[in-house]
Design a protein around this ligand. Structure first.
Ligand code: CTP
Ligand code: ZN
Length: 147
């Protein structure tokens, strides 16, 4: 056991090895908010060879956060912990669309101007398409996280 158990909160397990810091970015965690977080990076795993693990105390994840998480860590397991027990365990699912969290790379897109319009992307097999301007994000999804 490399990272100790938590009492209440969320354990994101089976994260693609090396993606833990991007998971923290999706959750808007940079350490300044005071969240209590444990991170394991490139931990040996029977199923994945190596995996990352993120444990966030006292917090559950929103659906938009889970949706974007599924794009960079499709094998992730979300464990809700209550009183040191695993109260719920779910796999992330690839959504049809993701809203918020990611920013459109097109500076002229309505979602990147001062308008109060949330970003929205259609999830394609090999990327994401902005539903407002059709710009496609194909790789490095994590670079488009907007927090
Ligand atoms: N965990 C934790 N704190 C707890 C309980 C569990 O941090 N109080 C973590 C475990 O370390 C593990 C994950 O939550 O990383 C899931 O726990 P559990 O279901 O007990 O482990 P496994 O059976 O190995 O999970 P899986 O079958 O999903 O691999
Ligand atoms: Zn756009």
């Amino acid at each position: 056991m490399r990272v100790s158990k938590i009492e209440n909160g969320t354990v994101i397990d089976h994260i693609t090895g090396g993606q833990a810091l991007n998971v923290l970015a999706i959750l808007g965690i940079d350490g300044t908010g005071g969240d209590v977080v444990s991170v394991g990076i490139n931990v040996p795993s029977d199923r994945l060879g190596r995996k990352d693990v993120v444990k966030v105390e006292g917090r559950e994840l929103s659906q938009p956060e889970l949706d974007v998480l599924s794009l960079i860590a499709p094998a992730a397991t979300i464990n809700i912990i209550r009183g040191y027990e695993v109260a719920d365990k779910q796999r992330v699912e690839s959504p049809g669309h993701v809203s918020g969290v990611l920013g459109c790379p097109n500076p002229n897109c309505i979602t990147t101007e001062d308008e109060p319009v949330d970003s929205r992307f259609e999830v394609l097999e090999d990327g994401l398409r902005c539903v407002y301007c059709d710009t496609i994000i194909r790789e490095d999804i994590a670079e488009h996280i907007r927090v």
